[in-house]
Design a protein around this ligand. Sequence first.
Ligand code: ADP
Length: 255
Amino acid sequence: MNPVIGLDLGSTAIKAVIVNDGEIIWRGKTPTAPDQEVLANDLIGAGLRELGLPADAKYPVASTGYGKSLYKAADLRTDELSANARGLFKLSDGMARSLINIGGQDLKTIKLSETGEVSDFRMNDKCAAGTGRFFELAARLLNVPLSSFAALSKEPGVSVELNSTCVVFAESEIVSLLARGVPPQSVVRALHASVARRAAGLLGRISSDAVWLDGGPAQNRGLVEAMEEELLTEIKVTPEPQFTVAYGAAISLVA
Ligand code: ADP
């Protein structure tokens, strides 16, 4: 066994994967907070313990994400766009050409070359309205867990729209919809559609048959379906979409 470790120090969550022979053998995450190096080491320690691997041995670590420089012990630091492209390219067996990544505080689109390099990217981090934080805020306003959004969005309701492009205004729009008696499922559907519209606008023309979606919010099937309706194409999601970037960092250690 020759395990390598990928660490994605994101704006919202720190993700770690332990990879052996190209396969993820352990994954874990913890909310981002001060002392990121300590949090990351605790996460890695938990993974090594669960796998029964000696904690005092030295394993190569690659860090990426906003906080990549905060992990001083990294053997390699890599930017998150390249890590995302590399991880997704491998996980999609070289098929992915267009990617939407939704993180805690930004929305990115990446075009990949035939060899898996980043050929183009766009980022919207000026306003939180299309990001993971916005979903978290909506979950609080609706008083339902984020993990129930997909099921909730299937329930019958009424048709409403969320039009604000800024999270502060979007928040008051949600509050006033709820005050008017609009059911939560209708607000959730409107939220999915608004994020899908934003992502589609950023992605622009699609030159591939399918578009991949990753980042934490990609776990929400309701959002995936809203994206398919908006983009009129198949949206593919890798099995653990929140860990693609950490995986991409890990495999850059063995490339
Ligand atoms: P970052 O790398 O910027 O920290 P992530 O890719 O880790 O961001 O995504 C974090 C976001 O993922 C959270 O803000 C939240 O909206 C979303 N998320 C986390 N878990 C779930 C879940 N089970 N279902 C839907 N969304 C989720």
